[in-house]
Structure formats: structure tokens, C-alpha cells
Design a protein around this ligand. Structure first.
Ligand SMILES: [Zn+2]
Length: 255
């Protein structure tokens, strides 16, 4: 039983504010007394796909041209299954425990695993060395901050370096980002503002180069098309044939 109610909320941002979100938008349906919240993402695909993740999040992938009505109707039909999956996952511990920033943990950098090694030292430094992420600290409590600052510093060097050739390629469309902002974000890999500012998530520094390129290309396409229309995907595919592969890889690595 459901009352046919639906709520649509943009996951932040205004119309024309283009963003490559981890979610494109968040929707919810009422099913009996339960509410099912799900992230909606448009993709080049033929049919609707529903996934319930171990953290009980529901992800719906829809064809680019699917209407909201159609999507809500399909999700409603699958509601009993979604609720069953959610209660199944409820009995499990989280898959990836939160990082503690202690020796022995593995951390990702550009798609590779590095084992964290913490050393007592007279000064604070972080560097990659033969499969290890070596952190020299004056105070072990500072290890987390040092590592996060290191990711940020790497992103500030790497993102512009990786973006350069793509920015040059997109000049033929008469577009160019006005600036690039690099920061930690919770819910999206990248976004861009109506004024052409491209914002990239430092978290991307953990992904392979192809994934970083994909996010940059995606945002550059938004400088031409401020939506996820067929025309948008046409440019994205023209510039980066294998974007689908990198998108999938990113979702797997960064989950
Ligand atoms: Zn987008």
C-alpha cells in the first residue's frame, strides 16, 4: 500500500548549478508507514536498476530520458524487496571500518594501496616510499591531520596537472573553467558553478588517474551543457570514450 506521495529535493545547489554528484538527486517515496529514501542517478542505460548497499542506502540508476513519475512508480513496485534488503543488511557490521590512522592500515593514493607506517620523529613529514605511506610525527595524535593535509597538498599539485590537457581540448567548444577549487566534500566528487568554477573533491586523490580525469571531463562538459541531457552525454562520450569504465571503477574503489 502506498499513498502516492513523493518528495523531490535537489541535493543542494540551484538550477543551472551543475555538479557531478555521487548522487544526482535524492528522492523518497512513502510505502505504508515506511519511507524509502533513494539516490537517483541518470545513466546511459536502457532500464531502471535498483541497488541496496550494505549501509542500507538505496541507489536507483535510470535511463537519461526516464520521467520522475515512471521512476517513482517502479521504485514503489520494488518497495517490499528494498525494505527486505535493508533489514537484511541491518544485521551486518559496516564493511569498511573508519580509519584510525595507525600503523598497518591501508590507505589509497591514485588507485593504489599503501600501508601506513607511523614513526616517532622530531618533525612532521609524510611521504610515499615503496608501498608505504610513511608518516613521521612529533605527536601520534596528529597523524590523521598530517595525512589529510598531505592528500590536500597532493591534490593541489595533481589535479591542475591532470586537468591541463583536458582544459586545452575543451577550448574548441569556447569554454574554459574560470578557476579550480580543491576541497573535501561529503557528497560529490566534483561540481561546477554557473560562473564556470570547477570544484573537485580531495577524496578523488585516492582514485586512479582515469577516475580523476573522468570527473574533470564531466565538469568541463557542464561548462557547455548545464544538465545531464543527451547532448551533454554526447560531448562526454566524444571526449572520453571510456568514461563509463572509470565511473564504475570509482564507485567500486571509493564505496
Ligand atoms: Zn553532472
Amino acid at each position: 500500500m502506498d499513498d502516492g506521495q513523493s518528495i523531490m529535493s535537489n541535493s543542494q545547489g540551484t538550477v543551472g548549478d551543475c555538479q557531478l554528484s555521487i548522487v544526482n538527486c535524492q528522492l523518497s517515496i512513502k510505502f505504508g508507514s515506511k519511507e524509502i529514501v533513494f539516490d537517483l542517478e541518470y545513466q546511459e542505460r536502457k532500464s531502471l536498476g535498483i541497488t541496496v548497499h550494505p549501509d542500507r542506502k538505496v541507489m536507483v540508476k535510470a535511463p537519461v530520458d526516464a520521467s520522475f513519475e515512471k521512476i517513482l512508480e517502479k521504485v514503489r513496485k520494488r518497495a517490499p524487496w528494498i525494505l527486505k534488503q535493508q533489514s537484511y543488511f541491518l544485521s551486518f557490521e559496516p564493511l569498511t571500518p573508519p580509519r584510525k590512522y595507525i600503523s598497518g592500515e591501508s590507505h589509497l593514493y591514485m588507485g593504489r594501496q599503501y600501508r601506513l607506517k607511523i614513526y616517532d620523529s622530531s618533525k612532521d613529514t609524510v611521504k610515499l616510499k615503496r608501498g608505504f605511506l610513511e608518516v613521521h610525527v612529533t605527536d601520534k595524535a596528529k597523524a590523521k591531520k598530517l595525512v589529510l593535509d598531505w592528500y590536500k597538498a597532493r591534490a593541489e599539485v595533481k589535479f591542475p596537472e591532470i586537468a591541463e590537457k583536458w582544459i586545452v581540448r575543451f577550448k574548441k567548444y569556447g569554454v574554459e573553467p574560470s578557476s579550480m577549487i580543491i576541497k573535501w566534500m561529503d557528497k560529490r566528487w566534483g561540481s561546477c558553478t554557473p560562473k564556470g568554477k570547477i570544484i573537485l573533491n580531495i577524496e578523488l586523490m585516492k582514485a586512479p588517474k582515469g577516475c580523476i580525469e573522468y570527473v574533470i571531463v564531466h565538469e568541463l562538459c557542464h561548462l557547455i551543457h548545464h544538465n545531464h541531457s543527451a547532448a551533454f552525454f554526447e560531448v562526454q562520450t566524444k571526449e572520453m570514450m571510456d568514461w563509463g569504465k572509470w565511473k564504475e571503477r570509482m564507485e567500486r574503489v571509493m564505496a
